[in-house]
Design a protein. Sequence first.
Length: 269
Amino acid sequence: MTTVATALAFWFGWTMTATRTAYFGIDQSILEYSTVDYLLRSADAIIVPAITILLISVVCIGIHALTLNIVGRTGVHRYILFGAWIVLSGGVLVTTLGVWVMFEEPPFVTPFLFEPVALGSGVAVSAYAFWVLRRLATPSGQRLRYLPMWEKLGYVCTVLLVVLALFWACSLYAAALGTGRSREYERELAKRPSVVVYSVHSLALAGPVREDRIPDPDAKYHFKYTGLKFVTRSADKFFLLPEGWRRESGVAIILEENPEYRVEFVPGG
């Protein structure tokens, strides 16, 4: 269980980090993040889906308890039967729609996470409605004692489909979260720490980065660069952006740590 949880945390952390760096035009492999880095970054991508899944589970448990209470009452059999058929039909319809939008572009606008939610919820609701119908059709003395193999396999496949749909939805959420964090960083770039780079040789950085020559012949560093913003540091590499960076036209700068460079940080505004 711990291994599965660690693997999922790594995947969601990797997904969020990959989309976040891709927004700035670089691949996450350039920064050489470690496994620990991905695990630490996964918390942001896991906490909201985990809370949502737990809340939905509590609601489902309550619905199941209420259903068992109603099914056990006399005089409501036909109403429960009619409701179960309606729910089963709706579940099959939603499942069919979820499968369809996996392969075809629908003629209507679909909300975020529509495909995995439609697939997972449709399958789960259909299976539960089918279970209610089977319970109503089975004599009381035989209930919950024996299940044919085909029914057991059906429930197993249902669980697997729901788990896959949850994994799909959480992956899409992690990717969207990474892109959203990058857009937020872009909007608030002016508030981020500024970076001043001193270099022995010219780095030939284009504007809006400013290059100033240091006239002192005895100075170790002869070039000074301003107009840079700090993003992150990993594997002895500094990830920098020019001030006023825009995704449409901006460039990202990766500066490897080197004795020929000196990097100074200035608090943001």
